[in-house]
Design a protein around this ligand. Structure first.
Ligand SMILES: [Zn+2]
Ligand SMILES: [Zn+2]
Length: 136
């Protein structure tokens, strides 16, 4: 609801001074609650812009295991009540291998001061506007 792929397309390329593909489809960012009526907020354009640039530089697919969440789904998955996922301002990126260190180092280049949580098989990234680091 409220999410239109391409609706935020006008911002692509302007922030980074060059145009790039839009790497993430609406379904990759959708709330996973599976409910007919989901109240998850749309992804923030500024967040997506940074995520897209990160993906561009990374040069390989970034598989998202979680992005938008409605309050109901956030509870189901045990998310924090103040989770940035509720604001369309966070994603979890799957880690298949030992790429975590490199990705964690690269994230601030695009996100600046931000939240990064590292688990064994995923990295949480959010655009909270100040630096926070933790492990799961
Ligand atoms: Zn939902
Ligand atoms: Zn997360």
């Amino acid at each position: 609801m409220g999410w239109k792929p391409g609706a935020i397309g006008s911002s692509w390329g302007t922030s980074w001074g060059f145009s790039m593909p839009q790497y993430f489809q609406g379904w990759e960012l959708a709330c996973h609650c599976g409910r007919q009526i989901c109240s998850a907020a749309p992804m923030r354009a500024a967040f997506l812009d940074k995520l897209n640039a990160l993906r561009h530089e990374w040069g390989k697919p970034l598989i998202l295991t979680s992005a938008r969440r409605c309050t109901w789904w956030n509870k189901q998955v045990g998310g924090s009540p103040k989770s940035q996922h509720l604001l369309g301002n966070a994603v979890d990126i799957r880690l298949d291998e030992d790429g975590s260190t490199k990705l964690v180092e690269l994230i601030p280049k695009f996100f600046g001061p931000c939240g990064i949580g590292v688990a064994k098989n995923f990295i949480h990234v959010d655009d909270r506007g100040y630096e926070a680091r933790w492990t799961y």
